[in-house]
Design a protein around this ligand. Structure first.
Ligand SMILES: [Zn+2]
Length: 257
């Protein structure tokens, strides 16, 4: 498997939130949203009237079902160290980084198939989508995390970069999606672009959910990410879409039945 070795990861900025610009450079293998997909508690508190529960944020369990399509990975539930899906393939879609053979071009087979169908249907509707970042290995996340610790210390690093095992990209079931109208970057304005609107409305029909919705920051512990889509299968995605809930709430509700 080529790509995503640490020496391909170029130096990122230290300001955060503009890592996505790196994707325009085809020689870079940066993690376009690594700095966004971290809990930013201060911002969460500002954007919601709920209070973040800081007491539970340090306990991380390792999930027992890493290969399940429904696996829930978040700040409290990590994938096993070194877990790498054994059915990763490259979906036949357009990528923001062209034809480069990189880990981030990969998804698990079932998710890749659904992504292809979603992109094809979007294209039929005049919506041209570009895949920006899919699979990310434990080792890559570990490298990024450790590098950040060296640069800014552990406390700041934990706020800026997801801990190894806690990035949903390691599941191989996630894809960050962009468009020409975004200049192939990832940021919140995607919500207002035709491509972002189309995805928000139709992704569930292909088994994908908008994983970090606006207004649910206290539950997901992530900022709103209109570009980050997670495959969970059509049935669950449709239920989550119609109920306007998160994956966390979906499982919480199931437990209550
Ligand atoms: Zn993402």
């Amino acid at each position: 498997m080529q790509g995503d070795s640490s020496d391909q990861i170029t130096e990122n900025n230290t300001k955060g939130n503009d890592g996505s610009k790196q994707d325009q450079n085809e020689n870079n293998e940066t993690q376009s949203d690594q700095r966004k997909e971290v809990p930013q508690n201060d911002q969460i508190s500002q954007s919601s009237d709920k209070v973040v529960d800081h007491s539970k944020q340090d306990s991380v369990s390792v999930v027992g079902n890493p290969t399940a399509i429904t696996v829930m990975v978040n700040k409290s539930n990590a994938l096993p160290k070194g877990y790498r899906p054994n059915d990763l393939v490259r979906p036949k879609v357009k990528f923001t980084f062209g034809s480069q053979q990189l880990d981030k071009a990969l998804m698990r087979a079932e998710a890749a198939d659904a992504l292809e169908r979603m992109f094809n249907q979007a294209s039929s509707n005049g919506i041209q989508l570009y895949a920006a970042s899919g699979f990310r290995s434990y080792e890559t996340q570990e490298y990024l995390f450790n590098r950040e610790i060296e640069q800014v210390g552990r406390q700041k690093a934990e706020l800026a970069v997801a801990k190894p095992g806690t990035s949903e990209h390691q599941t191989g079931l996630t894809m960050d999606i962009s468009a020409a109208s975004m200049n192939y970057t990832l940021d919140e304005s995607f919500e207002y672009k035709p491509e972002g609107k189309w995805l928000a409305e139709h992704a569930h029909e292909y088994g994908f959910i908008l994983r970090y919705p606006k207004g649910k920051e206290n539950i997901t512990k992530y900022q709103f990410e209109p570009w980050h889509f997670r495959y969970v299968g059509k049935e669950i995605a449709t239920e989550i879409y119609h109920k306007g809930i998160t994956l966390e709430e979906y499982f919480q509700n199931k437990k209550g039945i």
